[in-house]
Design a binder for this molecule. Structure first.
Ligand SMILES: C[S@@+](CC[C@H](N)C(=O)[O-])C[C@H]1O[C@@H](n2cnc3c(N)ncnc32)[C@H](O)[C@@H]1O
Length: 309
């Protein structure tokens, strides 16, 4: 079961009313979308993107009662422009949501390789299985230096160089194929210890998932397009689970909320930049202790909200 994170905070922050149209860029199993469709009844529409066809099929099934008010799109949210016809039907768009990361369904899917807990799983981790490189391909092809940078940049892995070296040594004997192959390499370099809050493999698996799906690029491409698409007064809500994602959102929104971005030594503005949003959350909203107790997956969530000017 996937429990939607910060559900009430998202719905309040998006200021949904009857008829508000919404773009849900990461519809997942439709947890947030269901609540949004209820709050915006009878006419509000939700355009729901997901890169994972299996997940989107599940969302269509659970949201069937909302008929054509739910418009599913199998694609990355970064490809907004490709779907202008579907988006046209849902204009004006008064609310946009991204709930980043992966769903419990994906994490617990023993065929996808997202979790180190299932050592038999193939090391895939692509959200969209119709193309692109799998994690196994990546581990078998990238240079030691590239792997070390990837672990350090996307996972802030302590022993990124040592892990990259271990992977390259192991693949000379046998190619990486399963989650268990990767887990063995991680445990050799960073043994699990009882005092650690999370298993060392958690951040390694997360870093590889981010890399193989180009998750940070998708987010950076999406943000300016989302602001363009929002109707004036409309709201954008983004839930991130990783400090790098939150930094990208924070930096983008800070600049988007600034009137002039000229360097301070320039006395007369030449940048022609204008604020396009107002930041509603100065500090990110985080889940309450009660929510974390009920849904531990929510513990690293951060929600930022902005309003289009
Ligand atoms: C945390 S889940 C969303 C859960 C959803 N809010 C719910 O309540 O059921 C994130 C979803 O985003 C999808 N996803 C990740 N990156 C994506 C992208 N670039 N474009 C579209 N969907 C993406 C994943 O496949 C996953 O289903």
């Amino acid at each position: 079961m996937h429990v939607p994170v910060l559900l009430q905070e998202v719905c309040e922050g998006l200021r949904l009313t009857a008829g508000t149209n919404c773009l849900d860029g990461t519809v997942g199993l439709g947890g947030h979308a269901r609540k949004i469709l209820r709050l915006t009844a009878p006419t509000g529409r939700v355009v729901g993107f997901d890169r994972d066809s299996k997940t989107l099929a599940a969302a269509k099934e659970t949201l069937v009662e909302f008929g054509n008010r739910f418009i599913p799109i199998h694609d990355t949210y970064a490809n907004l422009a490709v779907h202008s016809a579907e988006l046209e039907v849902a204009k004006p768009i008064g609310a946009i949501l991204l709930d980043l990361g992966l769903s419990s369904l994906q994490l617990d899917d023993q065929d996808r390789g997202f979790a180190w807990r299932y050592p038999e799983a193939r090391l895939d981790m692509r959200f969209d299985v119709s193309g692109g490189e799998t994690v196994a391909d990546l581990l078998n092809r990238r240079t030691e230096e590239e792997l070390a940078v990837l672990f350090s940049k996307y996972g802030e892995v302590r022993r990124s160089k040592g892990l990259a070296r271990e992977i390259v040594a192991r693949r000379e004997q046998q190619s990486f194929a399963t989650a268990g192959d990767l887990l063995a390499a991680v445990e050799k370099v960073m043994p699990n210890r009882p005092h650690l809050r999370t298993h060392p493999a958690t951040t390694v698996f997360q870093a590889l998932r981010i890399a193989v799906n180009r998750e940070l690029d998708q987010l950076e491409e999406f943000l300016p397009r989302a602001i363009d698409l929002l109707a004036p007064g409309g709201r954008l809500a983004i839930i991130s689970f990783h400090s790098i994602e939150d930094r990208i959102v924070k930096k983008f929104l800070r600049k988007a909320a600034t009137e002039c971005v000229c360097p301070p030594e320039i006395l007369e503005c030449r940048c022609e930049h204008h604020a396009s949003v107002k930041n509603i959350t100065k500090k990110p909203i985080v889940p309450s202790d009660e929510e974390v107790a009920v849904n531990p997956r929510s513990r690293s969530a951060k929600l930022r909200i902005a309003e289009k000017i």
